[in-house]
Design a protein around this ligand. Structure first.
Ligand SMILES: Cc1ncc(COP(=O)(O)O)c(C=O)c1O
Length: 291
């Protein structure tokens, strides 16, 4: 997968007054439909699918579902999307799900209680039977796309940043991107994850993802849990004002559910004096606003 996304320096007094440099790792520019970490995670999975239909999971606004649908269309693979929320069935599709079906994804809505248990073999079997995908040899990609193939795919993100930054910040959902990123960085660099979900056991999950992908812990990483803004898909007027201002200052579109929270966290940490003067920070732009 020969690609390296651009790295751009932005001049922002909220960093420069603390003698910090801020670089943006523009993974949002990798591909118009397979944006950011989605490319890094999906390409190794679709290679492994080797032509088989791909089945995956997500919420009604899932970036991962949209990216999987687009990848399926681009590579000529059929895709099935299992969507959280049976109440959505029969309603007009929102723009995100409409984008999925426009790319040929077949959607299936399941009760939230069933969705939570989707990793159980029996539950997955029932879902597959309902979709009509039980007879087919389907390749299953987990929610958020974070399996060991994806984590290994994200290692290239760290490798591309070797020697270029001291601290690399990334927003975390499942933590798969951080798990791979940290593994790819050089020993004198560290990854900083900003979880967008409230609570949970993300540290443990990231350790498990690294165990599966690499056979043990890799790299140096930590999480700062203070910047979730109420939890997954939650935003506040303050967050939107911050993101609008960042866009106006730097001309970079700021996705609100992940990227804005990470950038907000970086600014807050810089103001707190969390980084030594002279530190170069790289912020990974993992997504782009939709639509
Ligand atoms: C834009 C964006 N950034 C970051 C992430 C977090 O990725 P991960 O689930 O690997 O932590 C996601 C996950 O869906 C995303 O869509």
């Amino acid at each position: 997968m020969p690609l390296s996304s651009p790295l751009q320096e932005v001049v922002d007094p909220r960093f420069s007054r603390h003698h910090l440099r801020l670089l943006l790792k523009r993974d949002d520019l990798i591909h118009p439909d397979l944006i950011g970490n989605k490319w890094r995670k999906l390409v190794p999975n679709l290679d492994a699918a080797a032509g088989r239909p791909v089945l995956t999971f997500g919420g009604a606004y899932s970036n991962h579902l949209r990216a999987t649908a687009a990848a399926g269309r681009l590579l000529g693979l059929s895709t099935f999307g299992v969507v959280r929320g049976h109440e959505l069935a029969g309603r007009p599709l929102n723009s995100s799900l409409a984008h999925c079906t426009a790319n040929g994804m077949r959607l299936h809505f399941v009760e939230r209680a069933v969705y939570r248990r989707k990793a159980e073999a029996g539950v997955l079997g029932v879902i597959r039977a309902e979709i009509g995908a039980d007879a087919e040899d389907v390749f299953v990609v987990p929610e958020g796309g974070s399996n060991s193939l994806a984590v290994r795919g994200c290692r290239a993100l760290g490798e591309e940043l070797r020697g270029l930054a001291d601290v690399v910040a990334v927003a975390c959902g499942t933590g798969g991107t951080l798990a791979g990123l940290a593994a790819g960085l050089a020993p004198d660099q560290r990854a900083l994850g900003i979880p967008v979900l409230k609570g949970g056991f993300l540290d443990t999950e990231i350790r498990a993802l690294q165990d599966d992908a690499f056979g043990g812990p890799r790299g140096s990483w930590s999480l700062d849990h203070r910047f979730h803004f109420g939890g997954y898909a939650r935003t506040t007027p303050e967050l939107h004002a911050f993101a609008d201002d960042f866009e106006a200052r730097h001309g970079v579109p700021v996705e609100r559910l992940y990227v804005a929270k990470m950038l907000y966290g970086l600014v807050a940490l810089a103001e707190e004096g969390a980084f030594a003067p002279g530190t170069t920070l790289a912020a990974v732009v993992t997504g782009r606003p939709f639509p």
